[in-house]
Design a binder for this molecule. Structure first.
Ligand code: CA
Length: 422
């Protein structure tokens, strides 16, 4: 049976509300006390130790060795899409309720299946490059209206290519990592000169991250099929942003330090294959993109995204946003085709941020810049207090999942707490 078959069951009891049923099998990197970080797969409330299964000879990687006994997924990704598929099918088989190999080997099961509560999760990939796009028409329009007025909401190039910039790989961190409030040059529009100090308008950006699992040649271009085949999977991504630093620094070369201090991702990479049942076509593209960016496939996903903010000491979080990845105007496949189109080589471990994901409704705005309309419209927190941007001690959490019939393919969460400058 195909690993995505909705009728598949594991020998492990899995809550229907779990993000990690047998139809998902997302990859991450974990360790336990006194052991080295290695690759595992989330299943229900456990992590399956793939390094152990590789050592025990239960997973065959066609001659490659020590693929999973590594602190990142990169070595496995480098093996290519055919092995991604066969390995996922093999892991699915090993976890099935009607397959005895692991089910009936109590000793191995005990060593290979570890409670998630007992492990530390690490950054799942070695990020070789981080590129951040700007591909939600609703987000770009909201920001454009805010700063340029309704008649110039979208820049003239926006409908012709996925706009992006090269970010920093060095400060991509895993969920749970505290984020120091950044410092930078600040110059409010009415100030005569800039000052240097802590950011006063600290924001989040709700994004998905594409994990690139195969390289492309310098000087080459990518077809739609080639670009799709290079995508290993997706993570939740929070692209923390310092709005006041950005406002002063971005002319004329674009965002720099306002985006470079931290980017948080979820610990689990959900594979492109696991998301296959949830594909759909994105919004109609008018005008039609140039031929090298045109796509035929349903390259968007019906993927629900929720964001909440917990103030320090608050008994419950404030729901900030509930939207869907399906609204994105430019797909991840088009972003990759565009990225390579000048001759830029893509690498194993490249991370592409989708850009802030906002939907058409007011409660679907994926940043505080939009939610508070650049600080003009504060919002109330449950239990008292207000916010326009993030305070020290605030915890921001993004969750995401695709809802199947009786199961969900989920990403877990990406969370981070703001702490004072170091
Ligand atoms: Ca961003």
């Amino acid at each position: 049976m195909h690993p995505n078959d909705p009728s598949l069951r594991s020998f492990l009891a899995i809550d229907p509300a779990s993000d990690f049923p047998i139809q998902n099998l997302p990859y991450g990197v974990f360790s336990t006390v006194g052991t080295q970080p290695r690759v595992g797969v989330a299943i229900g409330a456990c992590v399956l130790d793939l390094a152990l299964l590789e050592t025990e000879g239960l997973i065959d990687l066609e001659g490659a060795t020590d693929v999973f006994a590594q602190p990142s997924i990169n070595a496995f990704m480098a093996l290519g899409p055919e092995l991604w598929t066969t390995t996922r099918a093999r892991i699915s088989q090993l976890l099935r309720h009607d397959h005895p190999e692991l089910r009936d080997n109590a000793g191995l099961r005990q060593r290979a299946l570890l409670p998630l509560a007992d492990v530390t999760l690490h950054l799942p990939l070695q990020v070789t490059g981080f590129t951040d796009f700007y591909s939600s028409k609703e987000h770009a329009s909201n920001v454009g209206v805010m700063f340029r007025g309704k008649d110039n909401a979208l820049q003239p190039n926006w409908l012709h290519m996925p706009i992006g910039y090269n970010g920093r790989a060095s400060t991509v961190v895993v969920s749970g990592t505290d984020v120091h409030r950044p410092r930078g040059q600040l110059k409010p529009p009415d100030a005569a000169a800039p000052t240097f100090g802590p950011c006063k308008r600290l924001d989040f950006e709700l994004e998905m991250g594409v994990v690139v699992g195969q390289p492309s040649a310098m000087g080459g271009m990518l077809t739609e099929a080639e670009a799709e085949a290079m995508i290993f999977g997706f993570v939740l991504l929070n692209d923390w942003s310092a709005r006041d630093i950005q406002q002063w620094e971005y002319v004329p070369l674009g965002p720099f330090l306002a985006k470079a201090f931290a980017t948080s991702i979820s610990p689990w990479i959900v594979t492109r294959e696991a998301l296959e049942p949830f594909r759909l076509h994105g919004p109609a593209q008018e005008p039609l993109p140039l031929p090298h960016l045109q796509q035929q496939g349903a390259n968007n996903y019906d993927l629900r995204l929720d964001v909440d903010l917990r103030a320090p000491g608050a008994s419950k979080p404030a729901a900030l946003c509930s939207t869907n990845f399906k609204y994105m105007y430019w797909s991840s496949v088009q972003q990759l085709m565009h990225h390579a189109s000048s001759g830029c080589a893509m690498s194993v471990g490249d991370l592409l941020g989708s850009g802030t994901i906002s939907g058409p409704e007011r409660d679907q705005r994926g940043s505080l810049l939009e939610i508070s309309w650049n600080g003009a419209e504060p919002f109330d927190l449950p239990g008292g207090g207000q916010r326009t941007f993030l305070d020290d001690g605030d915890t921001l959490t993004i969750r995401g999942w695709c809802q199947g019939d009786g199961y969900r393919v989920g990403f877990g969460a990406v969370a981070g707490t703001i702490i004072p400058p170091r």
